[in-house]
Ligand binder design. Structure first.
Ligand code: SF4
Length: 369
């Protein structure tokens, strides 16, 4: 049993990083209005280091906050509808397939279900006790979130039914019940955990004990087939845009706000834009990536120097220098400032690790030194 405090940052519980305060803003379903994007952009400029960091849970981080930054930031986010609950802000971790309802590939549009889960979550006082790492995910049937390592995953089968899973096997649920069952599973997790386990998988027998409490039996094999979402066009109006290293500059955020009708943040630190005309030239012009063959696709990095005191290198600056010179790699590439490898992708990846006077690549020292 763990006894650590839950240190997941939020807007009110700001993490003190080496470069100032770091606030994480939850964005359920990754869906931002253009007005909200602009509030975030302006806040990063006025109160932080100017950049919006996209996270692997489709959230946004503002870093480099000054001492009085968090208070002003929380007021602006509250006014913009990005902080609807003071008590539940860190538990609103809800992923939804980012192309849901946009490209004709969804078995069911899960965005409204994500909003319903968020609403129900914030309405239940006890659920403020969920750990900040507890994750809900709604897959629209295409399989893009099946590997998201969610605690509670619902994947669409068709427009009537879905499969809910807490780990290995699934239970059929109707869409009418899906949000309620997801919330009930979270409540049951709080009952069965012994102490401070963060995730269902950390609780001994967690999956079966929670299902038993819900009166459910998992007998359904999980649907197979997973997919990844590449940069480029998906259907006629959805454009997936890679944001190099998931770090959106002022200029990039402003252009996105001008060309898109709707913006969604993906768990791959990219953006889905709903657009009417082709904005590729404008996006490419500010360093965003609109094609699948770019070397920037699949490249991630931890904070590194100067944001993290543990870092042995400014991994982001080094990645920015090296990546454009390389072809796109077959595997994801992750740059880390130390062996904690924060933010590393799930599954196989090229491990670029700072080792003091250079980098080790997949354990072989010296490649980029
Ligand atoms: S991997 Fe190491 S250097 Fe990078 S953010 Fe995590 S602790 Fe800091």
């Amino acid at each position: 049993m763990r006894t650590e405090t839950d240190r997941c940052p939020g807007v009110l519980a700001v993490h003190e990083a080496a470069d100032g305060g770091l606030a994480r803003v939850r964005v359920p379903g990754g869906a931002l209005t253009l007005a909200q994007l602009d509030v975030l952009r302006q806040a990063a400029d006025d109160l932080g280091d100017g950049r919006l960091e996209l996270t692997s849970r489709g959230n946004v981080q503002v870093r480099g906050l000054t001492a009085d930054g968090p208070q002003e930031l929380s007021q602006r986010l509250y006014d913009a509808g990005l902080l609807p609950s003071i008590t539940h802000e860190r538990v609103r971790n809800i992923l939804a397939s980012p192309l849901s309802g946009l490209d004709g590939q969804s078995r069911y549009d899960v965005l409204p279900v994500a909003a319903a889960v968020d609403h129900a979550l914030c309405a239940r006082r006890k659920l403020a006790d969920l750990p900040g790492r507890f994750l809900f995910a709604l897959d629209d049937g295409r399989g893009d979130l099946t590997g998201a390592r969610a605690d509670v995953l619902v994947r669409a089968l068709n427009d009537c039914q879905a499969v809910l899973t807490l780990g290995t096997k699934g239970v059929r649920v109707s869409w009418a019940d899906a949000a309620d069952v997801m919330i009930a599973a979270a409540k049951a997790f709080l009952k069965v955990r012994a102490g401070q386990e963060w995730r269902i998988a950390e609780v001994e027998g967690g999956e079966s004990r929670i299902l038993e409490r819900l009166g459910l039996q998992a007998t359904v094999e999980l649907p197979t087939g997973t997919t990844t979402i590449d940069a480029g066009w998906h259907g006629e109006s959805a454009l997936v845009v890679t944001v190099p290293l998931g770090s959106l500059t002022q200029e990039q955020a402003a252009v996105v706000g001008e060309v898109a009708d709707e913006v969604r943040i993906t768990p791959w630190r990219s953006l889905v834009l709903r657009v009417r005309a082709d904005p590729s030239d404008r996006l490419d012009g500010v360093g965003l990536v609109t094609t699948a063959d770019s070397p920037w696709n699949g490249v991630t990095a931890c904070a590194g120097r100067p944001g993290c005191a543990k870092a042995l290198a400014d991994v982001r600056a080094d990645a920015r220098q090296v990546t454009p010179r390389l072809p796109r790699h077959g595997r994801p590439v992750h740059w880390s400032g130390c062996d904690r490898r924060c933010g590393k992708p799930a599954g196989e990846f090229v491990d670029v690790l700072a080792v003091g006077n250079g980098y080790a690549i997949d354990g072989e020292r010296g490649g980029l030194g």
